[in-house]
Design a protein around this ligand. Sequence first.
Ligand code: TXA
Ligand code: MG
Length: 344
Amino acid sequence: MPRTKVLKVTDIEKDRAALDQAAALLREGKLVAIPTETVYGLAANALDPQAAHAIYTAKGRPGDNPLIVHVSDLSQIPPLVKTVPDALRRLAEAFWPGPMTVIMEKSDKIPPATSGGLETVAIRMPSHPVARELIRRSGVPLAAPSANLSGSPSPTTAQHCIDDLTGRVDAIVDGGECEVGVESTVLTLCTDPPSVLRPGAVTLEMLRQVIPEMTLDPGVFEHLSDDCKVASPGMKYKHYSPKARVVLVRGDLAQFGRFVASQKQDFGILCFEEDAPHFWGRRCITYGHENDPASQAHRLFDALRQVDKEGLGMVYVRISDIEGIGQAVYNRLLRAAGFDVILL
Ligand code: TXA
Ligand code: MG
């Protein structure tokens, strides 16, 4: 087991030595958790099959779940794909660098270990300055799934990575809290029409301004049966889940208050910050503000981790509107809850 170094980077210029160490490890085929604007990623050389394979081992990730390949410059993309679709140029212009991942047909340069054995590859250009600098310095595209143990909530702070991956990876670059808080929007250009497989901060409405025919894959909000062929392997795994049983409850604050008051068993509450005073004396964790889905996204995974830290066996989550980035929040919560939703 490697000793895990924690390398703090708050300033690209001042913390050059830490960046050099992290980039050197990546060039040697080692594993380094890195900050991005969405969540922390567990990075390794995407073109090195052994390095990619080591990511699966460190995370305990099923081998058929492909990794996202991160680039810092558009010129890195043509060698990685069969052809560059015209739609990619338009999407890149509008949303890169940023929280969008695009699936295209892969070239032979992408090893099967990185693509989970698929003939396609997912590519993203992150906007986080530390991620971009590390891709640039390592000189290769970086494969990076979220830097959590497979099945647990994605990490949005270096501490989350330390909790999950100490002794399993070579280094963790601490670049502070992730701004967005939920993983990137994943869309595929390999279907006609193109479709969104995982909602994120680049919303369906935003994508339709560039590609009007963009659709939403049914697996985003529906529970697909086990024998159903999924568009994205990640869809079929129970995700983002705390150990506690999670149940989503949709209704206004008064309805939610009456509902929890009628429950007899031991449980905790996950609600909005302005709700918390109503549940004084109960075990209550908050995730952002009701009318601000971006604040919910920012807090969501830390709140889900908090549920386990407090040792809750069961938690009721108040949910409200599902608009914009709220779709991404709802998609993650549905998976944490195993699609258990109560409508009031
Ligand atoms: O924001 C993000 O996307 C973060 C940061 C680190 O960039 N990364 C991330 O990676 O969330 P990961 O591996 O946790 O999620 C990638 C998702 C998985 O559900 C995977 O199944 C899907 O994207 N995916 C990757 N390549 C694919 C492909 N070729 N075809 C279909 N789905 C793919
Ligand atoms: Mg993940």
